[in-house]
Design a protein around this ligand. Structure first.
Ligand SMILES: CCCCCCCCCCCCCCCC(=O)SCCNC(=O)CCNC(=O)[C@H](O)C(C)(C)COP(=O)(O)OP(=O)(O)OC[C@H]1O[C@@H](n2cnc3c(N)ncnc32)[C@H](O)[C@@H]1OP(=O)(O)O
Length: 194
């Protein structure tokens, strides 16, 4: 892709991504990181319900079926929703590195309109890592995993600690989350495994 900003180009001193030894095996389903996440949570009726799986190397595959609630134009997915699907898939790459990372920058190209009921076949991979900066890319294809590319993104994710959420989230949700042993287990797993 041309015309990318320098912020999305890894510096020469950036290194290749390294799959963490405890990363889920290729093909393993990665559950939602938060029940009320708009991208992956089962507790959000109109959410995207993106289902992600560990891929080879430092990559993720995922699927998202476009529903009526996701329209922008009649019968077509909203561009922001498609960006969310890409963002969600990219966010799952943290499982492969065993770090928590948030989106710093996300650039999206829209190449084909995506109809309601279509399944978007997503693939994301980390291309380089420099300190806390994770350079990554994602595609969404329609018509099958090898179908034409409908959306493409380049992104920069920034590694954060669990405190990022505790310090910035609305207290009601943070308290509820910290009271949920399963959620705390997910979050702390990333911190005790360097
Ligand atoms: C109870 C808890 C349970 C928790 C359970 C966990 C669940 C696991 C959740 C995962 C969730 C994923 C879900 C999907 C992905 C989202 O949707 S994430 C949500 C959207 N993103 C955000 O909200 C991020 C908002 N931004 C921020 O909070 C802060 O700006 C950031 C990104 C943390 C960076 O701030 P900072 O830590 O102060 O870092 P800073 O020193 O400014 O920058 C570090 C480096 O990154 C570069 N950088 C920072 N921002 C940018 C940018 N926008 N563009 C270019 N470069 C940048 C800086 O230039 C710097 O580079 P170097 O100088 O090192 O070369």
């Amino acid at each position: 892709m041309s015309g990318r900003t320098t912020a999305l180009t890894p510096p020469p001193e950036a290194g290749p991504p390294v799959r963490h030894p405890d990363a889920p095996a290729p093909g393993e389903l990665i559950g939602a990181h938060y029940e009320y996440c708009f991208g992956c949570g089962g507790g959000v009726p109109h959410g995207l319900h993106v289902e992600a799986r560990a891929g080879e190397g430092v990559s993720i595959t995922a699927e998202f079926r476009v529903k009526e609630a996701h329209q922008g134009a009649p019968g077509l997915a909203h561009g922001g929703v498609l960006a969310t699907a890409l963002d969600e898939t990219l966010g799952s790459l943290g499982w492969m590195l065993r770090v928590i990372a948030v989106t710093g920058r996300l650039e999206t190209d829209y190449l084909l309109p995506v109809p309601v009921d279509a399944v978007l076949h997503l693939r994301a991979e980390v291309t380089a890592v420099h300190g806390r900066k994770i350079y990554c890319t994602a595609t969404g294809r329609i018509g099958g995993p090898e179908g034409p590319v409908a959306v493409h993104a380049e992104a920069l994710f920034i590694e954060v600690k669990v405190d990022h959420f505790i310090e910035n989230g609305r207290p009601a949700e943070i308290q509820a989350t910290l009271a949920n042993p399963d959620q705390v287990k997910v979050a702390r797993a990333f911190e005790v495994n360097p």
